[in-house]
Ligand binder design. Structure first.
Ligand SMILES: Nc1ncnc2c1ncn2[C@@H]1O[C@H](COP(=O)(O)OP(=O)(O)OP(=O)(O)O)[C@@H](O)[C@H]1O
Length: 726
């Protein structure tokens, strides 16, 4: 009986370096009296392969046997879990077949897998939205709108809050998908959305958040011309008639390092280029701005233009969107003034004395210093002094010591990063004030949220940002797997099947390593708070305290000496270069600069700086999504998860950890839908499908793990009808 599984003519799969998998077929099978079995195959490349196995291994579907192909009728199934033989190559084949028929979407049980076409596809218009409205999953082809409709329907029928988690690697299509879902929500009820720039309908305001966040939070990277450099959780608020009444936004970890440095072929945040290209001549003169961005140190990367993107036109769109969410022209000018100030700040020349390492800034003749400080409302002499000299308070006695040139440059850039990220936080706060004002909150009955969060990242060099991103992915993966597992358990329980033997990879050890009491974040924070702390002392600390039997499977340093540490994540091992960890984690400015910013004559800078200094301290900047957001006095409040130690500045990692814990908590209270975006090729080629790349992403985003769990219970899933027919 078992041998018949591999009888002559049976189609199978073989691993292939180039294409991931190729097909093959059984040529002959002979069963021996000792229950050993010899099977000969021929693969697609006409190579014969012989294999000796046993009847027992065949019965147990052992790993050394080539996976079985599915019959032809399954080659384009809508749902991968309907495949009789649930294995990697069959899944990949279905994805490829569907994609080549321009079918971007496929279910994998509860997950919608979305493959980026890198081409315009006419499947998101108003007509398509109306086709999907009110219909359920079985009636139409898989689509983003099926998931949006499921969430909308569930919110209406169960009165429960919903979350759609959109994940995937950079350039996979998360932000585009999130935008289509938001458009769906905005127009499914009204039948249309008003596209006029002046419309102030709530739906229009909600959609206007996209161009704003993209202008200030997106940049061209080597992987994506419009890459979101932050994570976001947007709740669309509905009243008891299921009409939109507002929105609430949470953002996570804006990448700050980009302000002062970009890799070749990458850019700074879009808004800087929009500003330089798009301002009026009067504003240009006021801000001392040059249209030629190559003159700014912070913008002088090699790639200034993005194909098919007009920065000046986008600047008008950004301004309009700001007006739509209630940020008036005066405030807009105040924002642009600070942005121009940042650009001039970057051009301040820091040199050093010929005979010593002490840094110098020419506080009389440096034109960039004068202009930057004029725009920021700070005394240039004071700024130069505080930047080149450090004030030391030793037991009440104050004296100053010179900073080296590199240290002074670090402080200058730190101030620029701080101001920029504070503007970003201020914008989010103001958008929330306007879109989740008291009236909206009073009418709010439930919400549908979209979580557009960075996928797992593993580059040649990985730093603090990748560490935080991968930590977030560990948490989301854990949530996802336990969700899938619970659903499976429920199904088995219903059919009275024993599920206790099903195993799944539990990533709790990795999470403990990162966020545990004496884990990486705790040690990183401890070192960041020491005046003497350096990246070197941090890695020594990690190595001496984390090399314990408990962490051994997930914390590995051996190959990387004192430059990096290695974490075994669920999606693969990642080595993190320690360089810059402490500076990025501290993420604030020296006390002297804090004083200058909070005493600036530019009242808007003071307002923005207050927001920046209170992130992670003011609970209203990090409350649970679901509670109203207000700009209130910070005083003595500490966000959940942050230690209430007076005088301690919350670090970037602890702010991130706290906001992540709050997010996980909020997710738990909602019904969750999953969309996994896949980037099918690295070169953004329309309709290009690189199988090994897709396979790696299906693995990293948990789709294959889910299928493994699913098939551990029922290795094949035939309906009675199909089984009887066969
Ligand atoms: N559904 C789609 N139809 C057509 N093109 C798409 C679609 N989704 C994504 N794209 C293309 O892929 C590009 C990258 O998509 P997107 O910015 O949404 O990726 P992302 O996953 O959000 O990346 P990042 O993490 O870097 O922000 C888009 O600018 C667009 O050109």
């Amino acid at each position: 009986m078992a041998a018949s599984i591999y009888s002559k003519g049976t189609k199978v799969w073989f691993e292939d370096k180039e294409r991931g998998w190729i097909s093959g077929e059984v040529l002959s099978t002979s069963v021996h009296p000792d229950e050993s079995v010899d099977i000969t195959f021929i693969n697609e490349r006409q190579r014969e392969i012989s294999l000796r196995t046993t009847l027992k291994d065949i019965t147990n579907n052992a790993r050394n046997l080539p996976p079985l192909c599915n019959a032809q009728e399954y080659e384009q199934v809508d749902d991968l879990t309907h495949l009789p033989h649930l294995n990697e190559p069959s899944i990949l084949q279905v994805m490829l077949n569907r994609y080549s028929q321009q079918q971007l979407y496929t279910y994998s049980g509860i997950v919608l897998v979305a493959v980026n076409p890198f081409a315009d596809v006419p499947i998101y218009g108003q007509d398509v939205i109306q086709t999907y409205a009110g219909r359920n999953r079985d009636e139409l082809r898989p689509h983003l709108f099926t998931i949006a409709e499921e969430a909308y329907g569930a919110m209406q029928s169960d009165s429960q809050n919903q979350t759609i988690i959109v994940s995937g690697e950079s350039g996979a299509g998360k932000t585009e998908s999130a935008k289509y879902i938001m458009r769906y929500m905005a127009s499914v009820k009204s039948g249309s959305i008003h596209d006029t720039a002046t419309s102030t309908s709530v739906e229009h305001q909600v959609l206007a958040t996209n161009p704003i966040l993209e202008a200030f939070g997106n940049a061209k990277t080597s992987r994506n011309d419009n890459s979101s450099r932050f994570g976001k959780y947007i709740q669309i608020l509905f009243d008891d008639q299921s009409s939109i009444v507002g929105a609430r936004i949470r953002t996570y970890l804006l990448e700050r390092s980009r302000i002062s440095f970009q890799q070749r072929s990458e850019r700074n945040y879009h808004i800087f280029y929009q500003l330089c290209e798009g301002v009026s001549s009067e504003e240009r003169a006021n801000f001392g701005l040059d249209a030629d961005t190559t003159g700014y140190r912070y913008l002088s990367s090699s790639s200034i233009k993005i194909d098919n993107v007009d920065d000046a036109t986008n600047f008008s769109a950004t301004r309009q969107a700001l007006s739509v969410v209630g940020i008036d022209e005066e405030k807009q000018l105040a924002i642009f003034r600070l942005l121009a100030g940042i650009l001039h700040l970057g051009n301040i020349e820091v040199t050093h004395r010929r005979d010593a390492k002490d840094s110098i800034i020419d506080d009389k003749n440096d034109a960039a210093l004068q202009k930057a400080m004029e725009l920021l409302g700070i005394d240039p002499v004071e700024f130069a002094k505080c930047t080149t000299k450090k004030l030391i308070d030793a037991r009440g006695e104050k004296f100053s010591s010179a900073r080296t040139m590199d240290q002074a440059i670090g402080v200058r850039d730190g101030v620029a990063k701080f101001i920029y990220s504070s503007i970003f936080d201020w914008l989010v706060l103001r958008i929330n004030e306007s879109l989740s004002a008291d009236e909206a909150v009073q009418r709010e009955k439930s919400f549908i949220a979209v979580l557009d969060i960075y996928g797992f990242e593993h580059f040649q060099t990985n730093s603090f940002e990748q560490f935080c991103i991968n930590y977030a992915n560990e948490k989301l993966q854990q949530q996802f797997i336990s969700h899938v597992f619970k659903l499976e358990q429920a199904e088995y329980a219903e059919e009275a099947i024993d599920w206790t033997t099903i195993e799944f990879s539990d990533n709790q050890p990795c999470i403990n390593l990162i966020e545990g009491k004496l884990g990486i974040i705790a040690l990183l924070d401890e070192e960041s708070r020491l005046a003497t702390g350096t990246d070197e002392s941090l890695i020594d600390k990690l190595n001496s305290q984390l090399k314990t039997p408990e962490h051994k499977p997930v914390f590995k340093d051996h190959l990387h000496g004192n430059e990096a540490f290695l974490v075994a994540h669920y999606a693969g091992d990642v080595s993190y270069n320690i360089d810059g960890f402490l500076e990025k984690n501290r993420g604030t400015v020296p006390d002297e600069h804090k004083f200058l910013l909070t005493n600036s004559t530019n009242s808007f800078l003071r307002e923005v700086a207050e927001v920046g200094f209170n992130v992670g301290v003011d609970p209203h900047l990090h409350t649970a999504p679901g509670s109203p957001t207000k700009l209130v006095s910070p005083k003595n409040h500490v966000a959940p998860g942050l230690k209430a130690v007076s005088g301690r500045k919350p670090t970037q990692a602890s702010i991130f950890k706290s906001s992540l814990l709050t997010l996980m908590d909020a997710l738990q209270k909602t019904e969750i839908h999953y969309i996994r975006c896949i980037k099918p090729n690295e070169s953004k080629r329309p309709w290009g499908f690189d199988s090994p790349l897709v396979l790696a992403q299906l693995r990293a985003c948990g789709v294959l793990e889910t299928i493994r769990i699913t098939s551990a219970g029922y290795p094949t899933r035939w309906t009675y009808e199909d089984f009887a027919a066969r």
